[in-house]
Ligand binder design. Structure first.
Ligand SMILES: *[C@@H]1O[C@H](CO)[C@@H](O)[C@H](O)[C@H]1NC(C)=O
Ligand SMILES: *[C@@H]1O[C@H](CO)[C@@H](O)[C@H](O)[C@H]1NC(C)=O
Ligand SMILES: *[C@@H]1O[C@H](CO)[C@@H](O)[C@H](O)[C@H]1NC(C)=O
Ligand SMILES: *[C@@H]1O[C@H](CO)[C@@H](O)[C@H](O)[C@H]1NC(C)=O
Ligand SMILES: *[C@@H]1O[C@H](CO)[C@@H](O)[C@H](O)[C@H]1NC(C)=O
Ligand SMILES: *[C@@H]1O[C@H](CO)[C@@H](O)[C@H](O)[C@H]1NC(C)=O
Ligand SMILES: *[C@@H]1O[C@H](CO)[C@@H](O)[C@H](O)[C@H]1NC(C)=O
Ligand SMILES: *[C@@H]1O[C@H](CO)[C@@H](O)[C@H](O)[C@H]1NC(C)=O
Ligand SMILES: *[C@@H]1O[C@H](CO)[C@@H](O)[C@H](O)[C@H]1NC(C)=O
Ligand SMILES: *[C@@H]1O[C@H](CO)[C@@H](O)[C@H](O)[C@H]1NC(C)=O
Ligand SMILES: *[C@@H]1O[C@H](CO)[C@@H](O)[C@H](O)[C@H]1NC(C)=O
Length: 860
């Protein structure tokens, strides 16, 4: 009877002692040599989640003719090799690939990896789902992909799975805001390699490759930052021991032909000394690895073992010691050395790798993918909110949300959102996003079903359909004579906007659930001529103004039949149409009650009049384009997916009069720019005449004070673009009996300076909440101030039982604010009747705070 207890005890003790030895508590011990150099040998691999092959092809190793690599083999062989010697170390960054491996292996193999993590041989660095791009990505998506990756590491590996070093070794330039985010996540340092070549020269000369980055004027965050010396993230020249390299092995047996150990060690130490001469301390980090290296880890460790052994045998005379290490152990050594470091407070953009190679082309490459990512991300935010309001007791919906989270996280990869992957790979990203949106649509339906039903007796809510081609004026669901339009607002402020939907009829009546008629217009569809032949395109567009409560939805009823009933009596619709036509024919101004815009002879915007104050502003507007450099002979840098290189400095003006229907902003290039993707950036579109992508450009007109405020709030309105669903209905009366026509997840809209960044259900009784202050210090006299917010009764569908503050990525606690006694959760009535202070949170300008809330459902 005793033995099970004993076994449990032994396991328990082993568990505790392992947890005490994460890589950073088990760093190499260095000999004390006066003036000696300590060399951190850091085996690693850089694994792109899609580029030349798709992410799954890279994982499995398929399509080896394209690139002969497979990430599964990297994990398998590294794990084998690490077990052969406790000195060997490995560092791994991309949680998107790690997760594939975990889901593809049994618990025995996973336990082996866990053991290596808990003894510090295997260290996680970076740890986001991918190494995200920092220019074309949105910060909400950056935070999401870190959260997804880091929480997964915490779940699987606990404390030792927490990366301490942010690792962005391949992305094409670096933003200060990303540095701010990783500082807020709590990383101790940030490493990367790609900065402007001239900046790199100067930093090498002045020993400034390592410095402190001031990441935010408002929050005063900063982070230790290190840029790699010369060879990017690869090994010193001549020391690559991988199936992908051709370097000579190290031969230390004199009996074998090619014996070269002395010469190899000398060459290595020469490189170490050269590198050390460009830094302010004697710890030298040598990266051993590169793109998809270590699929034969034995090759690496066999050679590195020999190099380390031979070099250390001479360390008395050379004063140089080599040891396997990890980035976190390097940072520990750097902290201990404590050299005085310079500071920096701006971006590392644009990145140029040489005089004609400015990596700014990718800011606009593949705009359709970029647009789809933005749309998927706003659907993700919405679906997570709805799923938080409609409690689900099973984990199925949480797994569903993760399908979309993974697709959006993946799209942040620095070859995805950048538009620098092969066309087939781009399609794969799009397929994954669309699959995620489809799952999102299911979850949305389940949630709305629950939120809209008035009582247990209500019928089933008709299925809500997302029309994925609204941007091309195509929507099967709006072909019906009668349909509902439900507009969702994911922003924590009320939305006053215009719904614009493809319409196949020529007249209708639009009503809200309270039977009020809504003002609307029907116009010719607004879509480029070239695409008129897309099948299913609606001839007309129906627009009407919508007012949707914060974090909520509102349903509108469109009825074509209703018009024919009253047409004989009086038709408001046709009179509206007549008025519009007349206006178009005779005047070049448009106005409403607030402003009047005038256009000149050529069709360009020329004047704006503020009708309230009578102020007139003259404007000029022109369209320009650049002609790209071509290179058929590979003799010069061509413009392409990565690089923007115009033939001439000056941009060219479109001379023609403009027809406002023609939209042609986006980049198309016919040559590869020779940075690896090996395809020209050419998206011909469905009709072969060049892809047309419809975008939105908001022009804010007003006084500087008004605009300063508007540009902040409008940015969030754009980001949380309304999501619209369509469904059938019988009659407004029947609908009203069964369902609510309007819903809000919060009791009052948040103040204008506060944005609700994330509301995500973590488990049936916990929710992740992020709030942020969106104004900077000094930007607005009224709104750039700290604000206190009582969130106790903020949410309509759940009650907050307790909350703990987490770091930005939600993977570790940053301090418990308050914790209610257990007994308070036991019954809803008691919770409500107990005296409670309000839950007040304070946000300073630009601050983001993250909490895990324990919640119970409120009865509606
Ligand atoms: C960075 O921040 C520190 C402390 O806030 C300040 O002393 C320093 O001047 C700043 N450096 C730069 C380059 O802005
Ligand atoms: C730019 O680089 C090319 C090739 O690298 C070189 O021939 C040329 O002289 C450089 N131009 C300038 C202005 O540095
Ligand atoms: C690209 O995708 C198409 C369609 O799936 C496939 O036929 C083709 O082989 C792929 N090309 C490459 C290079 O993978
Ligand atoms: C629900 O339906 C049942 C049976 O049809 C009826 O007895 C009951 O009163 C209804 N409840 C409500 C709230 O309408
Ligand atoms: C429209 O597309 C169809 C086939 O998809 C084609 O036969 C027809 O000629 C096209 N019409 C125009 C006007 O381009
Ligand atoms: C490129 O090659 C073509 C023919 O192969 C030749 O006519 C042309 O002069 C070359 N251009 C340059 C810039 O070398
Ligand atoms: C482009 O502008 C730069 C800087 O103004 C100037 O040095 C260069 O000569 C210009 N090049 C051309 C081709 O006009
Ligand atoms: C519309 O969106 C889809 C993705 O949902 C995209 O593939 C397509 O290119 C977009 N079309 C335009 C004209 O922007
Ligand atoms: C700040 O608030 C005051 C008082 O409400 C108002 O008069 C002023 O216009 C506001 N300033 C800005 C920049 O919004
Ligand atoms: C981290 O993971 C542990 C289990 O490994 C869990 O107990 C803890 O709640 C997690 N932390 C967060 C912030 O989710
Ligand atoms: C009540 O809430 C606290 C704080 O979140 C939690 O630790 C405890 O498990 C909860 N108790 C019950 C019975 O749910």
């Amino acid at each position: 009877m005793l033995s099970p207890v004993l076994i449990w005890l032994i396991f328990g003790i082993t568990g505790i002692s392992c947890a005490d030895k994460c890589s950073w508590t088990n760093c190499p011990k260095w000999p004390k040599i006066e003036g000696g150099i300590n060399v951190h040998i850091i085996p690693h691999t850089h694994d792109d989640l899609g580029w030349i092959k798709t992410v799954d092809e890279y994982y499995t190793g398929s399509k080896s003719k394209l690139v002969p690599v497979g990430v599964q083999y990297i994990f398998n062989t590294v794990i084998d090799e690490l077990q052969k010697s406790p000195d060997r170390r490995f560092s791994y960054a991309e949680t998107g690939f790690l997760t594939r491996w975990l889901e593809d292996h049994d618990s025995k193999q996973i336990d082996t990896l866990k053991r290596l993590v808990s003894t510090g041989q295997f260290e996680f660095i970076g740890g986001g789902w991918v190494q995200p791009d920092e220019a074309a990505s949105h910060y909400v998506e950056l935070i999401d992909q870190y959260t997804l990756g880091l929480r997964k590491l915490n779940e699987t590996f606990g404390e030792c799975g927490r990366p301490k070093v942010a690792w962005q070794i391949d992305p094409f330039g670096h933003s200060r805001e990303h540095a701010n985010l990783v500082a807020l996540i709590g990383y101790e340092a940030l490493f990367f390699s790609r900065i402007h070549y001239l900046d790199q020269d100067v930093r090498i000369r002045d020993k400034n490759l390592e410095f402190i980055w001031n990441a935010s004027d408002d929050l005063k965050t900063n982070i230790l930052t290190g840029i790699f010396y010369l060879w990017g993230y690869g090994p010193p020249p001549g020391f690559c021991y991988d199936a992908l390299c051709n370097d000579e092995p190290i031969i230390d047996n004199i009996a074998l032909e090619g014996y070269n150990i002395d010469e190899r060690v000398d060459q290595f130490l020469k490189y170490v000394k050269e590198k050390a001469s460009h830094q302010k301390h004697n710890n030298v980090m040598i990266l051993m690895g590169g793109d998809f290296t270590f699929s034969n880890a034995n090759m690496w460790y066999t050679n590195l073992d020999k190099l380390i052994r031979a070099a250390n045998s001479k360390s008395k005379e050379t004063k140089i010691t080599l040891t396997y290490s990890t980035p976190t152990c390097y940072v520990q050594a750097l902290n201990a050395a404590g050299p005085s470091l310079s500071q920096k407070s701006d971006d590392f953009f644009p990145y140029a790798s040489s005089n004609h190679s400015y990596w700014t082309g990718y800011f606009t490459s593949k705009p359709a993918l970029k647009g789809l990512i933005r749309k998927s991300s706003s659907i993700l935010q919405l679906v997570r909110q709805l799923n938080s309001f409609a409690t689900s007791k099973n984990g199925e919906d949480l797994r569903g949300v993760e399908v979309l989270e993974r697709a959006v996280g993946l799209s942040m990869h620095h070859d995805a959102v950048t538009g620098t992957s092969k066309e087939n790979v781009t399609r794969d990203y799009e397929r994954r996003l669309l699959r995620g949106i489809n799952v999102g649509e299911e979850i949305l339906n389940k949630a709305v079903q629950k939120l809209a039903k008035k009582g247990k007796n209500s019928t089933e809510l008709p299925r809500q359909t997302l029309c994925n081609l609204l941007n091309e004026s195509v929507c099967e669901a709006s072909r019906q004579k009668k349909f509902t339009v439900t507009v969702f607002n994911g922003n924590a402020h009320e939305m006053n906007s215009i719904a614009r939907i493809p319409y196949y009829g020529s007249s209708c009546i639009v009503k809200s659930a309270d039977n009020e008629e809504v003002v609307h217009q029907i116009g010719k569809t607004f879509f480029p001529q070239t695409h008129k032949n897309i099948s299913g395109i609606a001839p007309n567009e129906l627009t009407f103004s919508v007012r949707v409560p914060a974090l909520g939805f509102k349903t509108y009823f469109v009825n074509e039949e209703a018009v024919s009933h009253i047409e004989g009596l009086k038709s408001t619709v046709s009179s509206t149409k007549r008025r519009i036509r007349k206006k178009k024919a005779t005047t070049k101004t448009i106005s409403n009650s607030i402003i009047r815009l005038s256009f000149n002879e050529d069709g360009y915007l020329a004047q704006m009049k503020d009708l309230k104050t009578g102020t007139v502003h003259e404007l000029s507007q022109e369209f320009f384009y650049y002609e790209g450099m071509s290179d058929l002979n590979h003799t010069t840098q061509a413009t392409g997916a990565y690089i923007f290189r115009p033939i001439e400095n000056e941009s060219k003006r479109f001379e023609s009069k403009i027809q406002l229907e023609i939209i042609e902003l986006h980049r198309r290039a016919f040559h590869d720019d020779s940075w690896g993707v090996e395809e020209p950036l050419d998206e011909p579109g469905e009709d072969g005449r060049g892809l047309v992508v419809r975008g939105k450009h908001w022009l804010l007109l007003g006084t500087p004070d008004e605009i300063l405020q508007l540009q902040r709030t409008a940015a969030y309105e754009l980001f949380y673009e309304p999501t619209i669903t369509f469904a059938t209905y019988e009659s407004i009366d029947v609908y009203n009996k069964n369902f609510v026509g309007e819903f809000s997840g919060i009791t009052k809209a948040l103040p204008p300076e506060i944005n609700l960044l994330t509301l995500k259900r973590l488990s049936p009784d916990s929710i992740l909440l992020r709030l942020e202050h969106i104004f900077q210090n000094g930007e607005n006299p009224n709104l750039s101030t700290p604000i206190k917010l009582d969130i106790e009764n903020l949410f309509t569908r759940f009650e907050i039982i307790s909350m703990e503050e987490l770091n930005l990525a939600g993977n570790v606690q940053s301090g418990i604010i308050r914790n209610w006694p257990n007994s308070w959760n036991s019954s809803k009535r008691r919770v409500k009747n107990l005296p409670r202070e309000g839950i007040s949170v304070e946000l300073k300008p630009m601050e983001i705070k993250t909490w895990r809330l324990s919640v119970i459902e409120k009865m509606p």
